[in-house]
Design a protein around this ligand. Sequence first.
Ligand code: FAD
Length: 288
Amino acid sequence: MLDCIIVGSGPAGISAALTLQANGKSFMMFGSPELSEKISKAEHIHNYPGLSNVTGKDFAAALKAQLAEAEIEVKNEKVAGVYALKEKFSILTQENSAYESKTVILACGVESIKPIDGEESFLGRGVSYCATCDGFLYKGKTIAVVCTTKRLEHEIRYLADLAEKVYLIALYKDVAPMPDNVTVLRKMPKQITGARRVEKLVFAAAPAENLSAELPVDGVFALRECIAPTVLVGGLEAENGHVKIDRNTATNLKGCFAAGDCTGRPYQYAKAVGEGNVAAHAVVEFLK
Ligand code: FAD
């Protein structure tokens, strides 16, 4: 069993990984080979000690080089669930793999777009975060896919192969050509409604021609870089929308730590890196 699993490959996750590596712990870091869009999209970074006026792209390149040098791999899988069991954690990914670890560090960042009203209450009743886990339930049906990042377009195509009709609510630029059964909408989703299960996606403003303000759908997929930690980890305590941690980054769940943007403001690299480091040290102490 692994000593630790790190969820997220941004500055917080990377910092935790480097510290765990230096302490000889076994771990896996889940995330993206591109590390974090919040690094690569930064135009110029002025506030990171030692790096004056570095571009986000150069910062990302430097982090990738450092990981390669330390022989740390970023596992390109999306964590779909973290389950606290007796003295261990079970981690399931959207790629249908399962892993076990003694501890977990949540470093999954925050989603800049708020959840849709009704999203969490309809989870498992027509709302899903995982195309490969739940796509088959919508074979021949009509679904809405709310997607915030180009990086997850392969999941939209996967769903288009199964569903009869897909409405893609694209909350990002430069949508790639999509299969014929996908209609791209540039509208802000406001609410998910229904009786027992999802029935409609309601938009914030009057949508484009030929479409009503309410879209009748059988299901809604919300594809984002970051799944809310409280959805990811059952029983995790949150405060004002962030994971609640103590001075040592410990959450309310024994062996589960959190670092970076997901624990609250300020949303900054230096704070994420600092907390990632504290979390890794806390893991080392915990394992003793
Ligand atoms: P993130 O960087 O958000 O990384 C989280 C990672 O976890 C992502 O790669 C995500 O894909 C991955 N992830 C999430 N959920 C899962 C899951 N379930 N499974 C697997 N992986 C998952 N801060 C500054 O200090 N200075 C700046 O100049 C600055 N400029 C910025 C410019 C822009 C455009 C933006 C958007 C942010 C900027 N920030 C800046 C803020 C900074 O980017 C964040 O504070 C920092 O990236 C937070 O690091 P993090 O590791 O907590 O999270």
